[in-house]
Write a protein that binds this ligand. Sequence first.
Ligand code: SF4
Ligand SMILES: [Zn+2]
Ligand SMILES: [Zn+2]
Length: 464
Amino acid sequence: MRETSYQNNYSLIDTHCHLDMTEFDSDRDEVIKRAINAGIERIICIGTDYESARKCISLSRKYRDTVYATVGLHPHDARLYTSEYEEKLRTLAREDGVVAIGEIGLDYHYDNSPRQIQQEVFIKQLSIARELNLPVVVHSREAKADTLRILKESGLTRGVMHCFSGDWQMAEEAMAMGFYISIAGPVTFKNAKRLLKITASVPDDYLLVETDAPYLTPVPYRGKRNEPAFLIHTVERIASIRGVRPADIARITTVNARRLFRIGKLPEKGTLAYQIRDSLYLNITNRCSNACTFCIRFHSDYVKGHNLRLEYEPDIEELKSAIGDPSRFKEIVFCGYGEPLIRLELVKKLCRWIKAKGGRIRINTNGHGNLIHKRNILPELKGLVDAFSISLDAHDEQTYNRICKPLYRNAFKAVVEFIKEAKTITDDVTVTVVSVPEVDIDKCRRLAGELGVRFRVREYNVVG
Ligand code: SF4
Ligand SMILES: [Zn+2]
Ligand SMILES: [Zn+2]
């Protein structure tokens, strides 16, 4: 069934598709074949009621390792729910190939079932998910407050807001509970302004993609029946919105989907070097002299679909072979999943090697280098480092201590000093802050202006 040579080399997971529906009765085999040829490695077939879930399960048997099933009653039909119905769903949900409870939720747009009943049925199915330790696929339309309240009360932390259509606040609250945000075909529509902003802002670690086929066909097939192979158009649009390559979105969302639904393999070994756009990022240590509240290391081992959790710190030879030819890249970046300047001697040696081979170097640092080594290390990096990206992260010492929890006293002052010193060895210095509520971004921008360096606001949970 599986083919190995995928067009474009993408490997995608369509996390929401209704392959069981009659729209696919005449050509289901062909649809699945086309999906596989287009690089869709897995399809989650979403049940909307008992009968549909049964069909999804039998499809998951027929196309084992490609199709997976979910079990749930859609809010449209919530009024059909009885205790016998619940028992039947529960039994189905234990079958092989079932990876989630869903789709369940609230739909106040159509109001096909009374709202009170929708809520009760949503709550009951959430408890099935908890009981069976399965993630949930949530459908929520024009029902933000009730959806969030019920999810919070359920205490569940694994799920996806499918075909996300809410606002940014809803996305943030869902992500804070651990839920993924799944983007579907509407992101390719002309009038998708709000969705565009959300698609640009969701951190990598929370992003999923879906078709919701046969519905919501993306441009350029809008108007036709949707099918999993069309997912690539949604992915291409998301990539262009986020300024990355479709292959990056594919890798990121595929890892996320595998994690959420516990299907397929995850990259096990820590990645030493990974490409984002034209830059190569090096992961040389996971140690850091800060413990920032927003640090992605405390939330995930994965950045843009790469496992950055190192089992051990690589030596220089391993890093050289992970880099290959440095001149192939616009720049080589020492990444911020840990503080690279903790390994100063290795950094210097590696920089010398990269420079000799015609590479350009940027170091992403928390600016503690001088504190860590108890001397001004910048002169030692002169001629080796072309650019610095330094995390300022706060507008004053007190805020810095609160959100970055540095190992050292007076760290904020030291960071400011480091910025000044960095300027003496290169013109290319950028300071960054993460957009968290405690931080006064304007004050930080002013401080950067006074220091005569560039300023950039990093999105929460984005490394690099
Ligand atoms: S400085 Fe960077 S790596 Fe260190 S804790 Fe803060 S966010 Fe994480
Ligand atoms: Zn739905
Ligand atoms: Zn659906």
